[in-house]
Design a protein around this ligand. Structure first.
Ligand code: IVH
Length: 682
């Protein structure tokens, strides 16, 4: 009892500080105090899991990884909106709205005579990722991605890490609506994006292309601890709402004001104007202003402000008529293509990269552009010496989007597909039906280097102190040639100390980092090897299923493929690698060095008997609606499937179940009757 009141007092104190922090006010506590209080709360919750609430501030940091994403239907669909790049179309949109509302009268000569101007809410179109947040009685209960507009992925665990997203609304009951579903944009400001990329560069990871991709990647993390720091959020729309709450607002701008009072951030650049002319003035001014904003924007969204007018305007088949996005054209310039290099990746893939005469584009000097693959070069008809058009829409590396063939001089030369590997000079081939050129020499020094960098990086073995630069130094000095060599570095102190910018202390840290990495477990090791088709989520799924390298090696390709998330191509590639000389050698070597090649089965904190299970319902169920039951199971982490296969975990069979039940019996899949299901569901 005493714990219970201490716990709620502590939680409230932290929630209040959290709210003030979001408003940019003094929180009344130091960072150290915050950390200490948070730790204490976490300990109390650990002792009393029953007292843990969904709005607890420990959820921001302490969330457990999820097993897989649960798809959730949107109560109100998340619509897309019409885009335009032209002022004329923007004007036409406005006039159509006036006419549909009966506010524009056609005067003589077919011209519009306006009888009134529409109040328009204008907001920057932030280049982020749309999400929907659901608050029930003031508490954040769920956050979902847009998905296909009808249903999205439950990403609550990741959204909770964002300080802009209140876990509990400001104020208290009865001001809180029973249901408040808001839509908004999760985005990453430039400085956080650069920090994230600097960190990735230091640990040798591939860089994020732009803040939007980084945000999308962050929301897709299963482990909230891996969510990039510094994500922000702006609310910009409504989903399901209490009627009573909706009625306290007259339109979009007053709705946003209500949201602000509830502690939800909205874009401070937003404005309300009267009519298309004022809107256009805002848009032009904003095109200049946006360049100084700390986050990426790519347009202005205009919305007819009043709810009643929005309702009258309604929708076309795909988007609301009361809303339009005016988009700014991406920054574009021309420069000369000097050369194309082919860079060798960790799986041997060759990627073309353009080097150009430096040009200033969207605030940065640009020398390189990505060319994706050989097909792209052919498609563009690109030649060395060409004047090329490059475009940058938010990303750091621009794209070549066009070639000025009209100004060719005749001195341009063809871009040659690589005949040999630029690193090992070995043969290069384009496999049947594939656009990529590959170097198939597993001993290729460039591939080895890239694989070693990948192996040591944060998402793989996470070897502190062994970033890209040091890996390259060690490779050049001949101190590491394969994964096992990393674990023999402790015996090469003298040689390592001879490297540039190396010192005793740094070496000690490096060796400690290497030692610590031995316990990462099988999933990280597998994902770190850089085997083609074997990414981190496939490595995780396989490790969870088989638990040890021995069990994995003993599995047939069919058994590998029976694991959720493993396709035939991956199964084949993994099987081949596990049974190759190189594969056998790697695992023997790593095992000999004491690297852990087993994996603990994960038990999710909120696991249910259905978490991650594929369930098939068949036959007539007596006590429940099929649809309701499916929703319930999905909410408990199940995937519902319509057919029984080797990947099915559980079949729930009602009366008169037929072929699916027979198939389940044949495959030896667990079958429950309705009574058993009801007992488990309570
Ligand atoms: S309103 C039906 N407002 O742009 C109205 N969208 O919609 C729905 N976006 O991916 C959208 N900033 O996430 C709206 N201030 C803003 C926005 C905004 C960015 C995104 C939105 C969606 C895309 C098109």
């Amino acid at each position: 009892m005493h714990d219970s009141s201490a716990l709620s007092a502590l939680r409230n104190r932290l929630l209040e500080a959290d709210r003030r922090y979001r408003l940019g006010e003094a929180t009344g506590m130091t960072d150290a105090q915050w950390d200490a209080d948070l730790r204490e709360l976490a300990e109390l919750e650990e002792r009393h899991p029953e007292l843990r609430t969904p709005d607890s501030p420990t959820r921001r940091v302490g969330g457990a990884p999820i097993d897989g994403f649960v798809t959730v239907p949107h109560a109100v669909p998340m619509l897309s909106i019409d885009n335009t790049y032209s002022q004329r179309e923007f004007q036409e949109w406005y006039e159509r709205a006036l006419k549909l509302l009966g506010l524009g009268a056609v005067a003589g000569g077919g011209l519009f005579a306006k009888t009134a101007e529409l109040r328009l809410a204008l907001e920057p179109k932030v280049d982020g990722v749309a999400v929907s947040l659901r608050y029930e009685k003031g508490i954040l209960v769920r956050g979902v991605t847009r998905g296909d507009g009808e249903k999205g992925d439950d990403v609550t665990h990741n959204l909770r890490t964002m300080h802009d997203v209140p876990l509990q609304l400001a104020g208290s009951q009865p001001a809180w609506p029973d249901v408040l579903e808001i839509r908004g944009e999760a985005y990453l400001p430039f400085d956080a994006f650069e920090k994230a990329n600097a960190k990735r560069a230091a640990s040798g990871e591939e860089l994020f292309a732009n803040p939007r991709n980084t945000t999308a990647g962050a929301l897709k993390q299963k482990d909230p601890k891996k969510v990039v720091k510094g994500l922000r959020f702006f609310a910009h729309g409504r989903g399901e709402l209490d009627v009573a709450f909706a009625e306290t607002t007259s339109g979009h701008s007053s709705f946003l004001a209500s949201l602000r009072r509830l502690g939800l951030p909205t874009n401070p650049e937003a404005a309300c104007v009267s009519g298309a002319e004022e809107a256009w003035a805002f848009i032009t001014a904003f095109d200049t202003k946006r360049r100084a904003l700390p986050y990426a924007t790519d347009g202005v969204v205009a919305k007819v402000d009043a709810w009643d007018l929005q309702a009258k305007l309604g929708m076309t088949s795909k988007s609301p008529r009361w809303c339009i996005a005016y988009k700014f054209a991406p920054d574009r310039d021309t420069t000369r293509l000097l050369q194309v290099d082919w860079q060798v990746g960790k799986t041997g893939r060759l990627t073309p990269r353009a080097t150009m005469e430096p040009v200033l584009l969207a605030g940065t000097t640009v020398r390189h552009a990505s060319l994706h693959n050989a097909d792209q070069i052919a498609l563009l008809g690109l030649m060395i010496g060409d004047l090329v058009e490059i475009e940058k829409a938010g990303e750091i590396i621009p794209h070549v989007v066009g070639v000025r063939k009209d100004v060719r001089t005749g001195s341009e030369t063809a871009v040659k597909a690589p005949l040999t590997c630029p690193s090992c000079s070995g043969p290069v081939a384009q496999a049947d039906g594939e656009v990529d050129y590959r170097c198939d020499n597993p001993e290729c020094p460039a591939q080895i280097r890239e694989r070693l960098i990948w192996f040591c990086a944060r998402d793989q073995m996470d070897i502190a102190g062994l970033g890209e630069k040091l890996v390259l130094q060690l490779c050049d000095a001949g101190l590491i040639k394969n994964f096992g060599d990393i674990y023999h570095l402790a015996q090469k102190r003298g040689e390592i100390l001879g490297l540039e910018r190396m010192a005793d202390k740094k070496l000690d840290n490096l060796l400690a980092g290497i030692e610590a990495s031995k316990s990462r477990g099988l999933a990280r090791v597998l994902g770190g090897l850089g085997v083609r088709h074997l990414g981190s989520s496939a490595a995780d799924a396989l490790s969870q299923q088989f638990g040890s390298i021995e069990a994995l090696i003993a599995a047939s390709p069919d058994q590998l493929q029976a694991v959720g998330g493993i396709g035939p191509e991956t199964a084949r590639a993994v099987h081949t690698f596990l049974h190759s000389d190189a594969g056998g050698h790697v695992f023997a070597e790593l095992a000999a060095c004491g690297v852990k090649l087993t994996e603990q089965k994960r038990v999710a904190a909120n696991a249910t008997p259905f978490s991650g299970k594929t369930v098939v319902l068949t036959g007539t169920l007596e006590h429940s609606e099929r649809g309701d039951l499916e929703k319930k199971l999905v909410a408990m982490g199940a995937k519902i499937s319509g057919s029984v296969s080797a990947k099915t975990h559980l079949v729930i069979a009602g009366d008169k179940a037929g072929s699916k039940l027979a198939k389940a019996a044949e495959l030896g899949i667990e079958v429950w009757d309705e009574a058993k299901l009801m007992a488990v569901l309570g």
